[in-house]
Ligand binder design. Structure first.
Ligand code: PEP
Ligand code: MG
Length: 568
């Protein structure tokens, strides 16, 4: 969050009208004024006079009250949010009341240092210590600095930094947004989201999708668009138009609303216009999200990211506790399919109880199923929890492992899952697994392609990097060629192959995937109607023709254009 505020100081002012291109994340068109996250306070710390001995106790009390107020506000936002958003906010609230940094700041105040400077000194001390420790500790530095800015603002009587609550519907523009910024956004007030950084598969983009807020990321030139400027955001095409002609903007919004109304009429089940069945499913992270998904035409859950239930847990949840959590998701679809993914801990989703070693390259390290090698009990206890949840809910879930690289890993996982009476499958996120999908299918009942990681590992491009967003674009023919290999293996084996990465949330690409032989598409609930309606408007032959054209394309842009030309 402090990163956002710091960069605001370097704005280059954009002169209208101008169309800024970015990467589309959530479709929808909106026309509204810009809001920007508040600046971090920049107090003149050196100019603050040393405290007289008589004033120190009162200053310490003022400091305690400021930290408590910041923590309480974060906790209130956590209570109003759900799922991963709530976890992130609760974790930041807890950090605001962390004893170590509070007592170091208090010691400073007791020695006569004014509270704002003591706040900065204490955070600087721990930030340096965390940065040196590296790994997971280093990742908390941004959170600590965020708390420093919030407490300082409170002490100085300044507005709290971060996303302001606008009085009228607005479009939030920022360099980037920390998960704590996106968490708890009110979609009726923040009607559009544009960032100059951030990739299409970052977890911030995933939250935007869950909230259904039209969103474009990696927008070049966005830093020049000042607060209160009127902009049109088109999350379908991936553009932000600065100060467009108001009448034209209103017409574009109205046309998009008409299109959205047409989508709203799609009620499922998934399939092409000529009756070829393709299940349309939802990605969820907890019971609340599953219940929300059940209110859409989604036929079930194609990906339940279980690790997101436990991001803030210090200790492993018991089998009984896990069973309760999983049963909530199963209960939301008593007659539908639910695919539960075992913990995908590590890399950008570390779990404290998974015992991650400090690694220089966590995305290429011990994550996903690899954790089970050193800690098989963790996987077994989770499978036991899932089996127990199945009994509680009276539903038989499908269960899949993340980050499978070899047929032997798939075989081992399948044996363990079957020992718990569960139907096993695996995710295809690693190119080696896509290439050997036929051999993997000898061991498991189904595959689910995770295009987010498959793109990252195929293109050797960090999925979190905005600079590399064009490479991690799921329309890259190199990535799609591997999806096609997995789909063909599924067809030959007569076993289902779904896609649950963000590629399945792009309605046009969803048709292309169906044309490759993919049997299910799983996307954030907000994307489900658009995917289902688009698929229902085309024939299987059209999808197959588009798939062939996309696979023959030289690049992502050509692939998109070819699909547009064939699918309308
Ligand atoms: C993927 O990699 O495409 C996927 C669905 O898993 P996650 O986004 O949770 O890594
Ligand atoms: Mg993945």
């Amino acid at each position: 969050m402090s990163r956002v505020s710091c960069n605001l100081a370097h704005m280059n002012i954009v002169t209208p009208p101008i169309s800024l291109a970015g990467v589309p994340v959530v479709s929808g068109v909106r026309y509204a004024p810009v809001i920007r996250p508040g600046r971090a306070p920049q107090p003149d710390l050196a100019g603050l006079a040393e405290l007289a001995a008589a004033d120190r106790e009162a200053e310490a009390a003022r400091f305690d009250a400021a930290a408590a107020a910041v923590a309480a506000r974060l906790r209130d936002r956590a209570a109003a949010a759900t799922g991963v958003a709530a976890e992130v906010l609760a974790a930041t609230a807890q950090l605001a009341l962390d004893k170590a940094w509070l007592s170091r700041a208090r010691s400073g105040i007791a020695a006569g240092v004014p509270a704002p400077r003591a706040t900065h000194d204490s955070v600087a001390f721990f930030a340096e210590m965390f940065a040196k420790a590296g790994g997971l500790m280093a990742e908390r530095v941004t959170d600590l600095c965020d708390i420093r800015d919030r407490v300082t603002a409170e002490l100085l009587g300044l507005p709290e930094p971060g996303v302001p609550v606008p009085a009228t519907p607005s479009i939030l523009c920022a360099d980037d947004l920390a998960p704590a910024d996106t968490a708890g956004l009110d979609p009726s007030l923040v009607v559009g989201l544009a960032t100059s950084l951030g990739g299409p598969t970052s977890h911030t983009a995933i939250i935007a999708r869950q909230l259904g807020i039209p969103c474009v990321v990696a927008v070049a030139g966005l830093d020049g668009v000042a607060a209160e400027t009127m902009v049109l955001i088109d999350g379908t095409r991936g553009v932000v138009v600065v100060e467009p002609d108001p009448a034209r903007a209103a017409a574009e919004v109205a046309a998009a609303e008409r299109a959205a109304a047409a989508l709203a009429n799609w009620a499922g089940p998934g399939g092409t216009a000529d009756g070829h069945r393709v299940e349309v499913l939802a990605n969820v992270q907890d019971g609340a999200a599953a219940r929300a998904a059940a209110d859409t035409p989604a036929e079930g859950v194609g990906l339940f990211r279980t690790e997101l239930c436990f991001l803030n847990r210090e200790t492993e949840p018991s089998v009984a506790e896990q069973a309760q959590i999983y049963a909530e998701v199963l209960a939301a679809f008593p007659a539908g399919k639910v695919v539960i993914r075992t913990l995908d801990a590590g890399s950008d989703k570390p779990l404290k109880f998974a015992g991650h070693a400090d690694e220089p390259n966590p995305a290429l390290g011990v994550r996903g199923i690899r954790i089970a090698v050193a800690n098989p009990g963790l996987l077994d206890r989770q499978l036991a929890g899932i089996a127990r949840a199945a009994e509680l809910a009276g539903v038989a879930p499908w269960v899949m492992a993340p980050m499978i690289a070899t047929p032997a890993e798939a075989r081992d996982f399948a044996e363990r899952a079957r020992a718990h009476g569960l139907r096993p499958g695996v995710m295809i996120e690693i190119p080696a697994a896509a290439l050997l999908a036929d051999r993997i299918l000898e061991h498991v009942d189904f595959l689910s392609v995770g295009t987010n990681d498959l793109a990252q590992y195929t293109m050797a491009a960090d999925r979190m990097s905005a600079e590399l967003a064009a490479l991690t674009d799921p329309w890259q023919p190199g990535v799609l060629a591997l999806v096609a290999v997995a789909a063909a293996a599924g067809r030959a084996a007569g076993k289902p192959v779904g896609v649950c990465g963000e590629a399945a949330a792009d309605p046009l690409l969803a048709c292309v995937l169906a044309g490759m032989g993919v049997t299910s598409l799983s996307a954030a609930s907000a994307a489900v109607p658009a995917v289902g309606a688009r698929l229902a408007a085309v024939s299987l032959a059209q999808c197959e023709e588009a798939a062939a054209a996309v696979l023959a394309a030289a690049g992502a842009a050509e692939a998109r254009a070819a699909a547009h030309a064939l699918l309308g």
